[in-house]
Ligand binder design. Structure first.
Ligand code: UDP
Ligand code: MG
Length: 166
C-alpha cells in the first residue's frame, strides 16, 4: 500500500551532526521525500505530537527534549517519506524505541542513548501507523508545503499579513 510517514530528526540528531547519516540510511528504503524543513518544535506542537504519552512520568522531559531544551539546539528536521509500505520500511530502519533494545544496525541502535534520567534519547521519530502518520503530518505541515496531494484539502479565504524580503 502506498503510504506517507512523518520523520523527525530530533535535536540530538541535529546537534550531533547525524543528519546526513540518517538521510543516507533512510535512502535505503527507496522512498521519496515529498516534504522537508527545519523548524522549531514549540511547546504546543511538542505536546500535541506526544499527546498519547501525557501522564507518563517522563512526559515533561520528553517535551523539553523535542523542543531542544536538553541540547541547546532548538530545532528539528521534519520530513515526509512517501511510497510503498512507507511506515513499516521507515520504522524498520529506525529501530525500537529503547536504543539499547534496538537492533545495533538500526538508526536508534547505532546512535541512540539512554539519559541518566531514563529518557530514551533516540535521535529520530517515525510514525507508527497510518492514523498516527496523518495526525502528525497535519500537525507539522501545511498542504502547500508538500509536493503531492496526500490528504483532501479545502480552500479557505484568509486575510493575512506575511513577512517578505525588503
Ligand atoms: N520514551 C521514553 N521512554 C519510554 C517510552 C518513550 O523516553 O519508556 C520517549 C522516546 O524518546 C520515544 C518517545 O518517548 O521515542 C515516544 O514514545 P513512543 O512510545 O511513541 O515510541 P516511538 O514511537 O518513538 O518508538
Ligand atoms: Mg510513537
Amino acid at each position: 500500500m502506498i503510504q506517507q510517514t512523518l520523520v523527525l530528526i530530533k535535536p540530538d540528531g541535529l546537534i550531533r551532526s547525524l543528519t546526513g547519516n540518517i538521510l543516507t540510511r533512510l535512502s535505503e528504503t527507496k522512498l521519496e521525500i515529498v516534504a522537508g524543513k527545519v523548524c522549531r518544535a514549540t511547546r504546543e506542537i511538542a505536546e500535541q505530537h506526544y499527546a498519547h504519552l501525557k501522564g507518563q512520568p517522563f512526559f515533561n522531559e520528553l517535551i523539553q527534549y523535542l523542543q531542544g531544551e536538553l541540547h541547546e539546539r532548538r530545532k528539528v528536521m521534519a520530513l515526509i517519506y512517501w511510497g510503498e509500505d512507507a511506515i513499516a520500511k521507515v520504522r524498520e530502519l529506525t529501530g525500537e524505541t529503547n536504543p539499547e533494545k534496538a537492533s545495533p544496525t538500526s538508526i536508534r541502535g547505532s546512535f541512540g542513548r539512554i539519559r541518566t534520567t531514563g529518557l530514551f534519547e533516540n535521535v529520530v521519530h517515525a510514525s507508527s501507523d497510518p492514523l498516527e502518520a496523518e495526525r502528525e503530518i497535519k500537525l507539522w505541515f501545511q498542504p502547500d508545503e508538500i509536493i503531492i496531494d496526500i490528504y483532501p484539502t479545502k480552500k479557505a479565504k484568509k486575510e493575512v499579513t506575511v513577512r517578505e524580503w525588503s
